[in-house]
Write a new protein. Structure first.
Length: 634
C-alpha cells in the first residue's frame, strides 16, 4: 500500500500545475445593430444603378438614404435571402464603398460578427447619406454565379443597395433607377417607365424591391400566357427564341392548370424571367410575382430530345403559392439580417417539387411517360442513400446553411437537400392515403385548394406551422397525419418511402435498358450513371463523379478523386465500361479496371454480376390508378 502511495505521489509531483496556465475570459459580443421594428422609415431611399459595363461585369451604384437624426446608424446589405434559405448575400462583391453627408466623407466600420453590417456616425445637420459603391460580378464560375454577360444580365437588387437597420423591410420605401446597355430590354415584376436610356421603377417597399429582380438583354421575346402571366425569354443567340406554337401552348396550359389546381392567384401580374444561355449562370429562384429561370441552350430547339430542364418553370411557378404566399412561420423574417429557420422546407420545397412534376404532366410541358420515368429516377436515387439510416430527413433542411450546395464527396452517406425529392415522395404518399381513406373521393388536389386557395389576389405572406398542415389534412380526411408526418420527417429509415407509388398503381423496378428520360439526364450532365449496378457515376474522360456508399464500387476503395483509365485492359470509354458490366452478368470473373489518382495507378476488381440496372415505374394491374389520375389534366 505504501509503495502504491509513493508512486502516486511521484506522478502527482511531476504533473503540470494546470492552475498556473493562462486562462482568458471571453469578450462579450457588442450588438450595436438595432432589431427590426414594425414602423415606417422616415424618408424614401433612392438608388441609381449604371449597369452598362457588362464586359467587365461591374454595376456602379449611387444611393441616397434620408436620415432624421445625428448619431450611430447601421447600414445593411441583405444577407439572408428568401428562396436561398441561408445567408447568401454576395457581400464579398461589394467594393469601393464611400459614404458622405453634406459633401464630407463619413468613416464606416464593418461589424466583426455580422459582416453584412456597416456602422457609421451620422454628423450633426445631415439630412441624407450619399453612398457610392460597385458590385463586381463574377466573371468566372469559380467566383460564384455569373449574372452579368455580354448579351444579358440578371440584376438582383440586393446586389446594389444598402438599407437602414432597425425597420421591417416592408416599411422602408424606395425608388430605383437603372441604366441598361443601349438597345436592351429589361423586365421585372416591378413596373417601370422608360426615360431616355433609364428604367425608372415605381416607388415600392424595400421588401418588394428585393423580391423583384430584373432580366435584361439584347435578344428578347415575350409571350402572353394569360391576362396576368407573361413568359419573357432572353437568349445569347436569337435562334434560341424560335419557339413553336405547341410549345408555347404547353406553357399556357401550365398557367391554366395551376390556377385550376390552387383556385386563386397570389399576384396582380406574374413574369417568368427566363434565360436560355451558356454565358450567364443557370438559376431557379422563386419570387411572389416573378421567377428567375436560367437553362442551357436547346430549351425550345431540342424539345424532342427529352424533358431536359422543363421541370424548372412548373416548380418555380408553384412557389408563388407555396413558399411565397404560404411560408413556414420560422422561415419568415422581418428583414434580411434575421436568420431563417428551415424546418418546414419539406413542405415549402418538397410539396413544390411534388406539384412541379404533377403540373409538368398536366400541362404537357413534359409527357406523362417522361414524368413517370423522371419520378422513377428520383425514387431510385433516394432508395440508394444509406445515409437515411443515421440522418433523418428533417436534418437535411439545415443543408442550405451547412453546405450551401458545395460539392460533397459521399452524398449517399452524407445526404444533401433531400427535403426536395424525399418531400415529393412523402406528399405522393399523402395523396395515396387520402385516396384510400376517402374511397377515392379525396386527393392532394383538395389539400392544394384548402391550403393555398384563399385570398385571391393577395401577394402578402400567410405563415403556417406543422399543426396547420395537420389540421388542413384532417379537415379533408381524418387520419393520424401528425404521427405519419413525424415518422416520415423526423425518424430514420432503411428505405425510401415508396408507398405513394405502390398504393397509387405503380412500382419501382430496374431493367437493363434506360428510359428516354434517364438517357436525357445522362446527356445533360455529361455522365454515365451506373449507380444502380456497380454503384458509381462517371464523367468526362473516366473521372468518377460519385460512388454509392457500401456499393460494389465502394468496396474496392473507389472515390471521387479517381479516374478510370482502362477497362479489362483496354482504354476507357463509357461504352466499354457498360459492356464489361453486361458481360460480367454471365461470368464469374470480376470487372477489372485500371484507376488513376494523381500520379498513382492501381488495379481493382469489382465483384458484381447483376448486369446493367436502370430505374423505371411499372404499372401494377390494369385500369386507371391513383397516379394516373394525379397526372391527368384538369
Amino acid at each position: 500500500m505504501r509503495r502504491v502511495f509513493a508512486i502516486s505521489a511521484l506522478l502527482l509531483a511531476s504533473a503540470p500545475v494546470l492552475a498556473q496556465n493562462s486562462a482568458p475570459q471571453p469578450l462579450p459580443f457588442d450588438n450595436d445593430i438595432p432589431a427590426a421594428r414594425d414602423i415606417d422609415y422616415p424618408g424614401v431611399l433612392k438608388i441609381k444603378v449604371d449597369a452598362t459595363n457588362v464586359q467587365q461585369a461591374i454595376y456602379r451604384v449611387k444611393e441616397t438614404v434620408p436620415v432624421a437624426a445625428a448619431g450611430p446608424m447601421t447600414l445593411l446589405m441583405p444577407a439572408w435571402l428568401p428562396g436561398k434559405h441561408a445567408a447568401r448575400g454576395e457581400v464579398e462583391k461589394l467594393t469601393g464603398l464611400r459614404i458622405s453627408a453634406n459633401g464630407r466623407p463619413i468613416a464606416w466600420l464593418r461589424d466583426p460578427v455580422d459582416v453584412w453590417a456597416f456602422h457609421i456616425d451620422v454628423p450633426a445637420g445631415a439630412k441624407q447619406l450619399d453612398i457610392e459603391f460597385q458590385f463586381t460580378g463574377a466573371t468566372e464560375s469559380n467566383q460564384g454565379r455569373v449574372s452579368i454577360a455580354p448579351a444579358m444580365l440578371n440584376l438582383q437588387f440586393e446586389q446594389v443597395s444598402l438599407y437602414p437597420a432597425g425597420y421591417f423591410t416592408r416599411r422602408i420605401p424606395i425608388e430605383a433607377t437603372v441604366t441598361y446597355p443601349e438597345g436592351w430590354t429589361a423586365v421585372s415584376a416591378l413596373p417601370a417607365k422608360k426615360q431616355g436610356g433609364d428604367y425608372v421603377y415605381d416607388r415600392t417597399t424595400y421588401n418588394t424591391l428585393i423580391d423583384s429582380p430584373v432580366f435584361a438583354g439584347r435578344y428578347y421575346r415575350e409571350w402572353k400566357l394569360s391576362d396576368r402571366v407573361d413568359l419573357n425569354v432572353f437568349a445569347d443567340d436569337p435562334a434560341e427564341l424560335e419557339a413553336k406554337p405547341e410549345q408555347i401552348e404547353a406553357h399556357r396550359n401550365l398557367v391554366t392548370q395551376a390556377v385550376k389546381l390552387f383556385g386563386a392567384q397570389h399576384y396582380d401580374q406574374y413574369e417568368f424571367l427566363f434565360a436560355i444561355t451558356d454565358e450567364m449562370g443557370g438559376i431557379g429562384l422563386e419570387h411572389h410575382r416573378s421567377s428567375e429561370n436560367g437553362v442551357k441552350p436547346g430549351y425550345f430547339t431540342k424539345w424532342n430530345e427529352g424533358p431536359g430542364s422543363r421541370n424548372l418553370l412548373p416548380h418555380e411557378f408553384t412557389h408563388s403559392w407555396n413558399g411565397k404566399f404560404r411560408r413556414g412561420a420560422d422561415l419568415w423574417t422581418p428583414d434580411f439580417r434575421t436568420p431563417m429557420r428551415d424546418s418546414l422546407l419539406w413542405v415549402y420545397e418538397g410539396q413544390t417539387q411534388f406539384w412541379g412534376y404533377v403540373l409538368q404532366a398536366r400541362s404537357g410541358i413534359v409527357s406523362k411517360q417522361d414524368t413517370l420515368d423522371m419520378l422513377a429516377g428520383i425514387a431510385a436515387n433516394l432508395d440508394h442513400r444509406p445515409a437515411r439510416s443515421w440522418r433523418p430527413l428533417i436534418d437535411t433542411t439545415n443543408d442550405p446553411i451547412i453546405s450551401a450546395r458545395r460539392p460533397k464527396g459521399w452524398v449517399s452517406w452524407q445526404r444533401s437537400e433531400d427535403y426536395y425529392n424525399e418531400g415529393l415522395l412523402i406528399w405522393m404518399e399523402v395523396d395515396s392515403i387520402l385516396r384510400q381513406q376517402s374511397g377515392g373521393s379525396k386527393s392532394m388536389d383538395d389539400f392544394a385548394r384548402a391550403f393555398f386557395g384563399m385570398r385571391d389576389g393577395d401577394w402578402g405572406t400567410l405563415t403556417y406551422r406543422f399543426d396547420d398542415v395537420v389540421a388542413t389534412l384532417n379537415a379533408i380526411q381524418p387520419y393520424d397525419w401528425a404521427g405519419f408526418l413525424r415518422k416520415r420527417v423526423y425518424e430514420v429509415s432503411a428505405r425510401a418511402p415508396l408507398t405513394g407509388f405502390t398504393d397509387n398503381g405503380y412500382r419501382l423496378v430496374y431493367t437493363a435498358e434506360p428510359t428516354t428520360a434517364f438517357r436525357n439526364g445522362e446527356k445533360r450532365s455529361g455522365a454515365t450513371d451506373l449507380s444502380y449496378s456497380i454503384g458509381l457515376s462517371v464523367g468526362k474522360g473516366g473521372a468518377i463523379n460519385s460512388v454509392i456508399w457500401d456499393s460494389p464500387a465502394f468496396e474496392t476503395g473507389l472515390d471521387v478523386g479517381d479516374t478510370i483509365v482502362a477497362v479489362e485492359g483496354r482504354e476507357y470509354s463509357d461504352e466499354r465500361l457498360k459492356e464489361a458490366v453486361t458481360l460480367a452478368k454471365d461470368a464469374k470473373a470480376p470487372i477489372r479496371l485500371l484507376v488513376k489518382n494523381g500520379t498513382r495507378y492501381r488495379e481493382i476488381a469489382i465483384d458484381y454480376h447483376d448486369g446493367l440496372r436502370y430505374p423505371r415505374l411499372e404499372k401494377i394491374g390494369t385500369g386507371e390508378g391513383g397516379l394516373d389520375r394525379l397526372l391527368a389534366p384538369r
